[in-house]
Design a protein around this ligand. Structure first.
Ligand code: PLP
Length: 365
């Protein structure tokens, strides 16, 4: 035995797939005490929790010594009723990103391929790489929309999962019913298509389909929804999938046990019951989105049609300068280096500050 036997001299062997996993960059917070007053960098909802949410959370606060209901029974029943789907077709998780990770765990591993548009939600490359599968990124069209024909052509016999982010983060663009159905018809039945509808509630174009309608007669379609955006519960981490068996059952198997806190479950139920207020708030945010987009177009910017709670400006090399200019005006936005800036629709005052920054920047070009 060597002298070092029993002592820990090396590092544990970690999976090679983790090498080079890009780190998730959270939206920068507004600096405390600094000139920046508003955070428009994470597609959060500027409104406080919906009526009834705080009350339900406070009422449950004396049970933190207990584990939550692992089956999320109350929430599942509420969701089943609200969306007209069986409870057995539902699975919850720690945010929809948690459910997305479970979907990968359930379908994909080393040697498999996962297709998604790029640029799209930045968690896709991270969770794909962690699963061990290979990302196949299909560039957006010149109009910043999913290129569904190119995505269909990218399918091979190794493809296990395809993300369609509708509307797309960060561009806000969405694919319409006819083209999405045509695409789904081209996908082999053993490949899972995940319609990520994190921003569904903000959609106003009637031609953009509701994924839950598309999933009904398509066993290889799963829909992801979240309470983080329109419902304003980003901090509580609760999202869900609607999918046929055996996909939903696989999700329940791969989910982190007790991942969704009782607080989050109760808050989600209370939020679902406050639908009138929710619709009013979403309506106001959509109104602000249209105002902001029209003002930007009026200033001379090219802004893709957005169906989400954010706008996208493709700024290329000027991205970092633009983000810095926004900060000087009191708003922190989300730059994607060398590509563009995503700006969340916030409270009216924040949106005005952003528009002032955009106008001043434009004049200096
Ligand atoms: C397209 C998309 N999907 C999923 C998520 C994840 O949201 P959450 O995990 O908070 O439900 C986000 C968040 O930014 C998103 O933009």
């Amino acid at each position: 035995m060597s002298e070092t036997s029993g002592t820990n001299t090396g590092s544990p062997r970690l999976r090679a797939e983790l090498d080079g996993v890009p780190t998730y960059k959270p939206g920068k917070p507004a600096a405390a005490g600094g000139p920046v007053a508003f955070k428009l960098s994470s597609n959060e909802n500027p409104y406080p929790p919906l009526p009834g949410v705080l009350e339900s959370v406070v009422a449950g606060a004396d049970t933190f010594n207990r584990y939550p209901d692992m089956a999320c029974t109350g929430l599942m029943e509420e969701l089943a009723e609200r969306f007209g789907v069986p409870v057995s077709h539902l699975a919850t998780g720690t945010g929809s990103v948690g459910v997305a990770q479970s979907l990968l765990q359930a379908t994909s591993g080393p040697g498999d391929e996962v297709i998604y548009a790029w640029r799209s939600f930045e968690a896709y490359p991270i969770i794909t790489q962690i699963s061990g599968a290979t990302s196949v990124q299909v560039p957006l069209t010149d109009g910043e929309v999913h290129d569904l024909d190119a995505m269909a052509e990218a399918i091979t016999d190794r493809t296990r999962l395809i993300f369609v982010c509708n509307p797309n983060n960060p561009t806000g663009t969405a694919v319409r019913r006819a083209e999405l159905e045509r695409f789904l018809d081209r996908v082999p039945s053993d490949v899972l298509v995940v319609l990520d509808e994190a921003y569904k509630e903000f959609v106003r174009d009637p031609e953009i389909p509701d994924g839950i309608e598309l999933y009904r007669d398509r066993p290889n379609v799963a829909v992801l929804r979240t309470f983080s955006k329109a419902y304003g519960l980003a901090g509580l981490r609760v999202g869900f999938a609607v999918a046929h068996e055996p996909v939903a059952a696989a999700l329940r198997k791969t989910a982190v046990p007790f991942g969704v806190s009782q607080l989050a479950q109760d808050a989600a139920v209370a939020s679902l019951r406050a639908e009138d207020e929710l619709l009013g708030r979403v309506g106001s945010l959509v109104g602000e989105r249209e105002r902001v987009r029209a003002a930007l177009v009026g200033q001379g910017w090219t802004v893709p049609d957005t169906q989400a709670n954010f706008v996208w400006l493709r700024l290329g090399e000027r991205t970092a300068d633009f983000a810095a200019a926004c900060e000087r005006h009191g708003v922190v936005v989300r730059p994607f280096a060398g590509e563009g800036v995503r700006v969340t629709i916030g409270e009216g005052e924040a949106n005005d500050l952003f528009l002032q920054a955009a106008e001043a920047f434009r004049k200096e070009l």
